[in-house]
Design a protein around this ligand. Sequence first.
Ligand code: GDP
Ligand code: GDP
Length: 438
Amino acid sequence: MSKPIVAIVGRPNVGKSTLFNVLAGEMISIVKDTPGVTRDRIYADCTWLNSRFTLIDTGGIEPDTKDIILSQMREQAEIAISTADVIIFITDVRQGLVDSDAKVADMLRRSGKPVVLVVNKVDSFAKFMPDVYEFYNLGIGDPVPVSAASRLGIGDLLDEVVKHFDEQEGDDEDDDRPRVAIVGKPNVGKSSIINKLLGENRVIVSDIAGTTRDAIDTVIKRNGTEYVFIDTAGLRRKSKIKEELERYSIIRTVTAVERADVVVLVIDATEGVTEQDAKIAGIAHERGKGIIIAVNKWDAIEKNNKTVNEFSAKIREILSFMPYADIIYISALSGQRLPKLFDHIDVVIENQNLRISTGVLNEILMEAVAMQQPPSDKGHRLKIYYMTQVAVKPPTFVLFVNDKELMHFSYTRYLENKIREAFGFGGTSLRFITRERK
Ligand code: GDP
Ligand code: GDP
C-alpha cells in the first residue's frame, strides 16, 4: 500500500519549517542508516495514531518582494495539488488574512483536493482566538488554530489530516497492476525511455477511476500484463534557481517512489554515476521499494571489453547501500535492451513479495550460527532463538534474541547474506527487526 502524501503550503515566515520540524521530529520514524545520503528537510516520514504518511515542505527559497511571493506561492500550490493527497495550508494569526492567502486558497479550493487550513502562532487561545475566525473567509473550511513553536493544537491538526486518508483509500489499492516509477536526475533520459516503451508496446490511456491526482499515469501492456508507469509531468519546472530545481526534483522523486512498487533508477552513461544519483537511489532504498539500476545512453559512449565491468564497479562503490539491485545497460535512443526492463521488473516484484516459511528460515539460521558465532560482549553472548518473516514489500524478518544490545549490524549483514545466498531476493532491500524474548 502506498503511503499518503501530505504537503505544506504557505507564505514565507508563517511557520512552515517550524511546523514541519514539529510534525517530523516528534512523530518520527525516519530511517537514518542509508549511507551516503544526506537528509534534507524537504520530506519526512510521519506517523500519527495508526496512520503513516510522507510529509513534504513545498516552500523553498523565500523571496522578499511581494509579486514574487505570490508567484512562488502559486508554484508551491501547484506542486502540492499535483502530488499530495492532503494539503496543509498554513497562515499566520499575527499577520492576519492577507491578499495572497486568499488567492492561494482559491486555487486550492478549485483543485478539489482535501485542504486543512491551519492558523499558526496562536500561542494563547484566550488572546488570539477572536482573530482566528477571520480565516473562515477563505472559504476552505474550519481553521485549525495551532502554535507550532509551543506545540499547541498539533494533535487536533493531525486528526484533521488523517481524517482525509480514509476518504481516499482504494485509489491505488484496488489496482494490482505493477506500478513503476522511472526516476533520475534531469536529462538522464526518463521521458525518452517512456516514449520508446510507448512506441514499441500497446498503450492504454490512463483509466484509473477516481484518481485524485492530476498526474496521468501511462499504462503499457506487454505479453498480456499491464504495467502502470507513474507520471509526474506536472512537476517539470523551469525555475532558474538551482536549489529550487533540485527541490522539485526531490519532491518529484519522493512522491513517485512512494506510489511505486518498482523504481527504475536511471543513470546517464555519458556522465557516470554521481552523488546526486546516490541521493535519489537512497529515497527508493529507505522506502524499501524494488529497484533496478538502468544505465542509459549506452549507445553514446566509447566501449571496450572492460567498460561494463568498470562502470558496474563504480556504481557499486557509489551506491554501496544497494548491492542487491541489478544493473542493466540500455539505450532509449536505439531501444537496446529496453524490452529486458520488463523481465527485470517482473523478477523484482516477485522478490518483493517472496515469503519464506519459518521452518526453512530457521534451518538457514542454525547453519549460519554454527558457521559463525554471534557476537558477544564481556562474556555475554548473543543468542538468536528463532527468526520469522513478518512482512513483504519489503521482506521483513524478526529475530528473537536474548539481548538486543548484543546484536551488531555486521552480524545482521552476515545473516542477510546467508538469506540472499539461499533465496536471492534480487532487487529488494531486506529489513531486520530484533526483539528480545526472555
Ligand atoms: P517559514 O518561512 O514559513 O518556513 O517560517 P518559519 O518556520 O521559518 O518561521 C518563521 C518565524 O515564525 C520564525 O521566527 C519562527 O520562530 C516563528 N514562529 C513559527 N511558529 C511560531 C508560533 O507558533 N508562534 C510564534 N510566536 N512564532 C512562531
Ligand atoms: P529526462 O529529463 O530524464 O526526461 O531526459 P530526456 O528523456 O528529456 O532526455 C534528455 C536528453 O538525452 C535528450 O536530448 C535525449 O534525446 C537524450 N537521450 C535520452 N536517451 C538517450 C539515449 O539512450 N542515448 C542518447 N544518445 N541520448 C539520449
